[in-house]
Design a protein around this ligand. Structure first.
Ligand code: ASP
Length: 439
């Protein structure tokens, strides 16, 4: 049994958090491979080390002395080291890095990667685990994608007979020997790659919430965590607005059928969220909706044309106008003689008049209207499929709350029910749904 664990920035923020990480690892000896983020915020007004490192690099680009910001970074690591009594000479490495930075010899990616690097060095020394550098196994191709085969093999070779290892997340090595980072939040990807390489039984992603929440906590008070979610549901939830894992995270583990468990470092007894391809047993048969999410600021272009249902090519013409303007359409609800296309306002607004003109000319509709300030809300749940009454319940609840529905859409796999409301009803719609489905 092997669990690959990844600890995010808040779990690495200070000495007290390091102790929690150690306790979590000690409580389960199968947690042998540990991937870490750079130190995150200790409280709301604090800074993430990665942000400070980007800031430091920006200073050098403008020819401004970055010593002050650099020292904010180094002092954080020295504080953690000293508070935990770890014996590790970081000062020499900090000085060498600063000197190369002043000489202009450090790239942005290399500099920001040092947040994870020093976290991992410290954590490895604290736990008595081996430090395995990401450059020794996460290998990028020239096009910036990860060469999974080579990387996996390299990690497997490195961990042979290794009782425990700590790996820095977020970066790897380019073929030319330079360090390259993933996009922000990318330590999740390193963790997933490590889990896939080692065929782990589970990939534990430790953070500061007890799993993925059923709704945005800024909208719903104290939303319940989702105990079980499939990869497909997760994709629906994140596409429709929920901020969950880093996008690239899912692929390496999903490919290998490795479940992901989101856990809370500050509440290690909570079971968190389990993400799997499918669940053979239903732990909570009464819960039909897995999560509720949504986004504001969509535009709907609607057109009607008498006899449209019998004409060939109307929809294609509308979509090709949008394609010419490189706009990706999110939903296409339609009636007998009318059709609407729904897109983010931000994408469509700069081209709106050109688009309307072209549709007018090419399709010659009887009516052509634009509605903006539309929010899209999605109720996601694998258990809604082929179960009558769920959408009835949703729309009844919204009706009772006097919320007007502007658009309805359901994917063919019945994994979600999506509807549009006015932007101003967005939060109310999410709350109404939450309160009527979650007890
Ligand atoms: N430290 C990096 C960031 O803040 C990567 C990570 O924590 O996942 O984006």
């Amino acid at each position: 049994m092997l669990k690959v664990t990844k600890f995010g920035g808040s779990s690495m923020a200070d000495a007290a958090q390091y102790k929690k990480v150690r306790d979590i690892l000690r409580s389960d000896p199968t947690r042998r491979i540990v991937v870490v983020s750079a130190a995150g915020k200790r409280d709301r007004n604090d800074h993430k080390i990665t942000d400070l490192l980007y800031l430091c690099y920006a200073h050098t680009q403008y020819g401004v002395d970055c010593t002050g910001v650099f020292e904010m970074v180094t002092s954080r690591y020295l504080q953690i080291r000293d508070a935990l009594g770890i014996r590790l000479d970081l000062e020499t490495e900090f000085a060498a890095l600063k000197q190369r930075l002043d000489e202009g010899a450090v790239t942005q990616d290399e500099l920001v990667s040092r947040g994870e690097y020093f976290s991992a060095r410290l954590m490895a020394a604290y736990l008595g685990f081996r430090f395995i550098d990401a450059v020794d196994w996460v290998k990028f191709r020239l096009d910036g994608t990860v060469d999974q085969e080579t990387s996996y093999e390299a990690l497997r070779d490195l961990v042979v007979q290794c009782p425990g290892a700590v790996i820095p997340g977020f970066y790897g090595l380019m073929p030319d020997g330079h360090i390259r980072t993933f996009s922000r939040g990318g330590s999740d990807i390193t963790g997933a790659l490590a889990a896939a390489a080692l065929n782990a039984d589970v990939y534990e992603n430790w953070t500061d919430v007890s799993g993925i929440l059923m709704a945005d906590p800024r909208i719903v008070d104290d939303p319940q965590p989702i105990p079980e979610v499939t990869y497909d549901e997760l994709r629906e939830l994140s596409y429709s607005g929920a901020q969950v894992l880093h996008e690239g995270t899912i692929f390496p583990v999903r490919e290998k059928g490795i479940p992901v468990n989101i856990r809370n470092t500050n509440a290690p007894d909570d079971v968190g969220t389990m993400i799997k391809e499918r669940f053979d047993q239903d732990s909570d048969p009464k819960r039909f909706i897995t999560g509720i999410t949504g986004k504001k600021d969509f535009t709907i272009i609607s057109l009607s044309k008498r006899g449209m249902s019998n004409q060939v090519g109307v929809l294609r013409k509308v979509l090709s106008v949008l394609e010419r303007h490189e706009i990706s359409v999110d939903y296409v609800p339609n009636g007998i003689d009318n059709v609407s296309v729904v897109m983010p306002t931000e994408a469509v607004a700069p081209h709106l008049y050109a688009i309307l003109g072209e549709i007018q000319q090419e399709v010659e509709p009887d009516t052509l209207d634009v509605h903006d300030q539309i929010a899209v809300v999605a109720a996601v749940g694998r258990k809604m499929a082929f179960r009558p009454g769920i959408s009835g319940q949703i729309f009844a609840a919204l009706g009772e709350a006097d919320i007007n529905i502007r658009m309805i859409n359901q994917g063919p796999d019945e994994l979600n029910i999506i509807f549009g409301v006015d932007n101003r009803d967005f939060k109310a719609a999410i709350r109404v749904l939450y309160n009527s489905f979650v007890m």
